[in-house]
Each structure stands twice: as structure tokens, then as C-alpha cells.
Design a protein around this ligand. Structure first.
Ligand code: ZN
Length: 318
């Protein structure tokens, strides 16, 4: 019996950012269908996400901004910015997306699972303290990190963001904080434009932000070389007590929004190597959040590869 948690809720399908929008409910339907029909399913600890309290969202966002999101959704929907649209259920979905992270952290900290995946929408890593950005409303992974710190006293959380876009929101949340080390690989140049190698954190957080930008066209071999040269040793010497992953799958070669050239299997390799670090430093405690990934076939395949690695790492029967 494996101990990989899986969190999903139908409410995530009711966040509709607008006709023709790439961040669409079908993404999550593809993932959920593929997983539930696979031989991995029996090895998953399926957990129903709880809805996050507003106070949990306030650990990472301003009251004024949270209220703006609520009112926009409750008025039937609208746009928070040019790219970030809301439907009537988007606020509710966003509370459950953040809540899924909290529920998953609780399950892992209480030993009900060793690692896990939050299959959630809306995504989170671009969301800033007081504004929405890049399809993201509330920063799910940052809220989970705040929860691990306040409820469980975690002191060294590594957040690795392998989404093809830089997680500006997450980086900014912990820029002056040494209890969270934000590490990111991303295509450069690309939205949102942040994430240069010169951004290394500030004050107490100096040295606890690591950006590894990649040129458009970078393929698996070069990507893994950089990952092993920079990301792995940095996490290894940080000795994290919990590993969080912003797992976007838009660095895949078939993704329509970017031009890195990773294969579906690359996500198996990445997940295995992250699991190895988690095994070495924090009893395997590791949690991934869905961020981007916009080609449905590539997304579904890549998630299956990641989940296979998670299940194997947590002692599954595969
Ligand atoms: Zn992305």
C-alpha cells in the first residue's frame, strides 16, 4: 500500500476563466480521468480537500484583495487582470484549492501519507500579496508553507518550482525569509519577466532564493544538467524539513505557451530526484501542487510520470 495523497474536488471544475482560455477545467478532468483509470489509483490515499478559512488566505494575501476576489466572483464573474478571469464559483474554488494544500500538509505531517499531489485549479504561483496575476488567484503553495510553519513549526521548507514560468508570487512571499528557500527553473525571456539569476533574496532571506533561467529551446539533457548542477546541491545543503513543488507541466515540448523541450518522462526523473532529496532530509515529506500545463495529452502523461515516482517513493506496489 502506497502512501501518496491525492487531492481533487469537483468544485475546481467550476472555476471558468472565460471562453477559449488555456487554463480550462478540461485540464483537471484529463488528469483526474487518467489517474482514476490507471493502476496507480489503488495506491493513492484519496483525501477530500477542506475549504480554507479566510484567515488562512490572509497569511499570504491582503484582506482588501481577498474581498475583491470574493466580490468579483459573487457578482457573477469578471476579470482581475487581462489574463485572469473569474466565474461565479471561482472564489469558492480558490478557497478549496488553498484548502487542499492545508489538508494535504496535515495528512503528511500526521503520517497518513508520505507525499502527495494537489490536483487543483485555479493555480497559485503568480498570485501576489495584493493582486491576481497569470491565471492565479491565491498562492496555494505559499499558504501551505505558512501553515507548515505556524502549525507544525517547520523551519526549512524548500519550494522547487519547475513550472516553465517564474513563480513571482511565491518568490516575493518569502524573499526576506530564510525559513523558506524558493528555487525555480523557468524559461527566460517569458511571462512574468521576473526570475533572473541576480534575484537571490533580501535581508535575512539573502541566499534563499535561487533562480535558474533557461533559454527557449532547452531540452531534457541540458535541463537535467542544470537541475543537477544547481537545484539539487542547493536543496541538499539546505537540509529541508519539508519539500513543496510547484509542479507545472508547461515546460513540456508540446506545450503551446512556452518553448522548453522537456519530455513527459522528464517529470518522472525530476520527481524521483526530488523524492530522493526528501527521503534523505525529511522522511520523504513532499507535496506537489498543479500549476500550468496546457496541452492536455502532455499534461496527462507528465502527471502520470510524476505520480508513478511519488508512489514508488512512498512504498507503493508498482
Ligand atoms: Zn506556467
Amino acid at each position: 500500500m502506497g502512501k501518496t495523497a491525492y487531492l481533487f474536488d469537483q468544485i475546481f471544475l467550476q472555476h471558468e476563466p472565460g471562453f477559449g482560455h488555456p487554463e480550462r477545467p478540461e485540464r483537471l478532468m484529463a488528469i483526474h480521468t487518467a489517474l482514476s483509470e490507471s493502476n496507480i489509483w489503488k495506491d493513492l490515499v484519496v483525501i477530500k480537500p477542506k475549504k480554507a478559512d479566510i484567515s488562512a488566505i490572509e497569511t499570504n494575501h491582503s484582506k482588501k484583495y481577498i474581498e475583491e476576489v470574493r466580490l468579483t466572483a459573487e457578482s457573477g464573474g469578471g476579470y482581475m487582470d487581462m489574463d485572469t478571469g473569474l466565474s461565479a464559483k471561482s472564489f469558492e474554488a480558490a478557497l478549496f484549492a488553498a484548502g487542499a494544500g492545508i489538508s494535504a500538509c496535515d495528512a503528511i505531517m500526521q503520517g497518513k501519507a508520505q507525499n502527495g499531489f494537489c490536483a487543483v485549479r485555479p493555480p497559485g504561483h503568480h498570485a501576489e500579496y495584493d493582486y491576481a496575476s497569470g491565471f492565479c488567484l491565491f498562492n496555494n503553495i505559499a499558504i501551505a508553507a505558512r501553515h507548515l510553519i505556524s502549525k507544525y513549526g517547520c523551519e526549512r521548507i524548500a519550494i522547487f518550482d519547475w513550472d516553465v514560468h517564474h513563480g513571482n508570487g511565491t518568490q516575493h512571499s518569502f524573499e526576506e525569509d530564510d525559513s523558506v528557500f524558493y528555487l525555480s527553473t523557468h524559461q527566460m525571456p517569458l511571462f512574468p519577466g521576473t526570475g533572473s539569476e541576480r534575484e537571490i533574496g533580501r535581508g535575512k532571506g539573502k541566499g534563499f532564493t535561487l533562480n535558474v533561467p533557461m533559454d527557449p529551446g532547452t531540452g531534457e539533457e541540458q535541463y537535467l544538467k542544470e537541475f543537477r548542477k544547481k537545484i539539487v546541491p542547493a536543496i541538499d545543503s539546505y537540509k529541508p524539513d519539508f519539500i513543496l513543488i510547484s509542479s507545472g507541466f508547461d515546460a513540456h515540448k508540446n506545450d503551446p505557451l512556452a518553448s522548453l523541450k522537456l519530455e513527459s518522462r522528464t517529470f518522472y526523473t525530476l520527481a524521483c530526484e526530488m523524492a530522493e532529496l526528501a527521503g534523505k532530509h525529511c522522511g520523504g515529506k513532499m507535496l506537489a501542487f498543479l500549476e500550468g500545463g496546457y496541452n492536455l495529452t502532455a499534461l496527462e502523461e507528465s502527471v502520470m510520470h510524476m505520480m508513478k515516482a511519488f508512489v514508488e517513493a512512498s512504498g507503493g506496489s508498482l
